[in-house]
Design a protein around this ligand. Structure first.
Ligand SMILES: CC/C=C\CC/C=C/CC(=O)SCCNC(=O)CCNC(=O)[C@H](O)C(C)(C)COP(=O)(O)OP(=O)(O)OC[C@H]1O[C@@H](n2cnc3c(N)ncnc32)[C@H](O)[C@@H]1OP(=O)(O)O
Length: 273
């Protein structure tokens, strides 16, 4: 296994962690794989693990870049675990939301070059994670990506919206968010939601190739530029984290929202039968 070979370092126990981190000390590139079958839905534990992994990588001065990927075939991430939002308690909702905020602040604000290798479906929170990277390569074919929150009867928070605005611009974001639009890889490419579309087997090699370009740039200059581009959006959440978490818990607790989520869960189950 890759984790046991020099010069790789592994921050998680192979086969155990829901967020697996392989650090290649020779290249300075870490690969972070979400590993929560069947669909890498993001629950409190995964988000906490992801936040910690990102923090450790940021503090590791040998690390210059991070590839975000999935260990589950066919899925990048199904987004937030809907069961964290359905029939939960206000306390759990707040803890869950804080973990999401922290993981996102770590990713969007990372000093590393960050690239998403999207080798499967990437709705909602999955799309947020991908958009928060510096570069996205997506597999061509049946997979879809987008912020579909309105379809669940919920609303993408202002910071999801901000990230999408920074990625695809105002007009496309307005349409995408109201419709809860899900895009094929080719459609996503046409609106700039992803940067490159290649056959599934070529996603990782393409990411590695693109990384070479980014790593030619001196880190300090690139990081100052990245920070300057992202600071406003990061600060907007940083300045109101608690208010945002409370708003989420109150919103999710509404009867009408719970009914919508219940119906959405039933529709997911019905699709299978
Ligand atoms: C003020 C702010 C307020 C609110 C903001 C909240 C923000 C939320 C952002 C989000 O991320 S909400 C989550 C949105 N995610 C989705 O809508 C994805 C739904 N899932 C799918 O469309 C499909 O599962 C898939 C395309 C990702 C994969 O399809 P497939 O490979 O065919 O798998 P299954 O559909 O059979 O799913 C297997 C299994 O997993 C369950 N599941 C799927 N997604 C989720 C999820 N996000 N959370 C929890 N569980 C999920 C699904 O129900 C199946 O469960 P079984 O028990 O029936 O096996």
């Amino acid at each position: 296994q890759v984790c046991t070979q020099v010069p790789y370092r592994c921050y998680s126990t192979p086969g155990v962690g829901q967020v697996q981190v392989d650090m290649n000390s020779e290249t300075g590139v870490a690969t972070v794989r979400l590993n929560r079958p069947p669909v890498n839905s993001l629950n409190l534990d995964v988000l906490t693990e992801l936040g910690i992994a990102l923090e450790k990588l940021d503090a590791d001065r040998t690390c210059r870049a991070m590839v975000l990927a999935s260990a589950v075939p066919g899925i990048f991430s199904a987004g937030l675990d809907i069961l964290e939002m359905y029939q939960s308690t206000p306390e759990r909702c707040v803890a869950f939301w804080r973990a999401l905020q922290d993981a996102w602040l770590g990713l969007y604000g990372s000093r590393l070059v960050t690239m998403a290798a999207i080798e499967g479906h990437s709705p909602a929170g999955g799309c947020l994670l991908a958009m928060s990277c510096d570069y996205r390569v997506m597999a061509d074919g049946k997979f879809q990506i987008g912020l579909n929150e309105t379809r669940l009867g919920i609303v993408a928070p202002f910071w999801f919206e901000d990230v999408m605005l920074n990625t695809i611009g105002h007009r496309e974001t307005e349409k995408a968010l109201q419709l809860g639009a899900m895009y094929s890889a080719q459609q996503a490419l046409s609106i700039g939601l992803v940067d490159k579309v290649v056959p599934l087997a070529e996603v990782m090699p393409t990411v590695q190739g693109e990384l070479k370009n980014w790593l030619q740039i001196p880190d300090a200059a690139r990081v100052i530029t990245k920070t300057s581009m992202r600071k406003q959006v990061l600060d907007r959440l940083r300045s109101q984290k608690e208010k945002d978490a409370q708003f989420f818990a109150d919103f999710i607790g509404r009867d009408s929202v719970q009914r919508s989520l219940g119906a959405y869960i039933a529709s997911l189950q019905k699709r299978k039968s």
